[in-house]
Design a binder for this molecule. Structure first.
Ligand SMILES: O=P(O)(O)OC[C@H]1O[C@H](O[C@H]2O[C@H](CO)[C@@H](O)[C@H](O)[C@H]2O)[C@H](O)[C@@H](O)[C@@H]1O
Length: 286
């Protein structure tokens, strides 16, 4: 293992988190965001796929850990499909928590638990085209219907940032009229029901696995609640590690994550290197 593949965390808490993870992996939960963390950012959200070596890297670690979860804003079924997680050898214990934790898929039985969306989602779906038209949404604006949420993407507009800024207020007003919230992300404004977030999803998963160590990797604003959960757990004496998946060349960075993270990896490829580095140190210390 080269030091590059498993760098020293830059904070004291992070170093304690990594030390605990290496000392007692069987008590550890590892959780990952999907887009931007396990899967490279691409222009068309339907074309996103996990890094080609991600499943194998996770599968190397899984037998040594208390649990691995993917916690994503995607519907659970989409993340399973785009991740290539179904039937993956070594990932029979994987859990995917979709829609910020409102949905769940377990590899153990292949079941998806996805509660009915609240009625506000149907109302927003019906009104959204007119709201976008009235707001002057530029060409390239694209709506992803996620079942229990609608995500308006601006990445393919000529000026993605300007389109994002233009649409923010009208979309927030639409969401609020129907009891939804706007979840901002990387060139996306998602109108979704409140009541779920990645922080609560991670805390529940850690409790379920009775884990005594936790690591979380993310890249976007929706990951901040999970960062917060790791921070809270650390305060309660549970060692934790925060990883930040930095944007690939030419892609935007999101404020608030890099500063808080203990370890920065270079996007999904860097995360795969880190996972393989961890797997090697665990094997070496067995
Ligand atoms: O929680 P995540 O797994 O990170 O999901 C967040 C959103 O990811 C997707 O959008 C992002 O990735 C797209 C594909 O690379 C990219 O085109 C887009 O600009 C990004 O915002 C997904 O489409 C959304 O539904 C997720 O909420």
């Amino acid at each position: 293992m080269s030091p590059e593949s498993l760098p020293e965390p830059r904070t004291r808490e992070g170093r304690a988190g990594l030390a605990a993870l290496r000392a007692e992996p069987e008590r550890a939960v590892l959780a990952f965001d999907f887009d931007g963390t396990l899967a490279p950012i691409v222009a068309d959200p339907r074309a996103a796929r996990a890094h080609p070596d991600a499943v194998q890297a996770l599968a190397r670690l899984a037998p040594r850990l208390a649990g691995i979860a993917v916690i994503t804003g995607r519907p659970a079924a989409d993340a399973v499909r785009f991740g290539g997680f179904e039937g993956a050898a070594g990932l029979e214990g994987l859990t995917v928590l979709g829609a910020y934790g409102a949905e769940r898929w377990d590899a153990a039985d292949g079941s998806v638990h996805a509660p009915e969306p609240p009625p506000g989602v149907a109302a927003v779906r019906a009104e959204l085209p007119a709201v976008l038209r009235q707001a002057g949404a530029p060409d390239g604006t694209w709506t992803e219907d996620k079942g229990r949420a609608l995500a308006v993407h601006t990445r393919r507009a000529a000026s993605p940032d300007e389109a994002f800024a233009l649409l923010r207020a009208p979309l927030r007003a639409l969401a609020e009229r129907h009891g939804l919230m706007v979840e901002p992300g990387r060139m996306v404004l998602e109108l979704r029901p409140p009541g779920a977030d990645k922080g609560a999803a991670l805390a529940d998963y850690v409790r379920e696995k009775r884990a005594g160590v936790v690591a979380y990797a993310g890249d976007d604003l929706g990951d901040l609640p999970a960062y917060e959960t790791v921070t809270t757990l650390r305060g309660d004496g549970v060692p934790g590690l925060l990883l930040y998946s930095a944007p690939q060349a030419g892609n935007e960075a999101v404020p608030g994550l890099a500063e808080r993270a203990d370890v920065t990896v270079g996007g999904p490829a860097g995360l795969v290197r880190w996972l393989n580095g961890l797997a090697e140190t665990l094997t070496a210390s067995r």
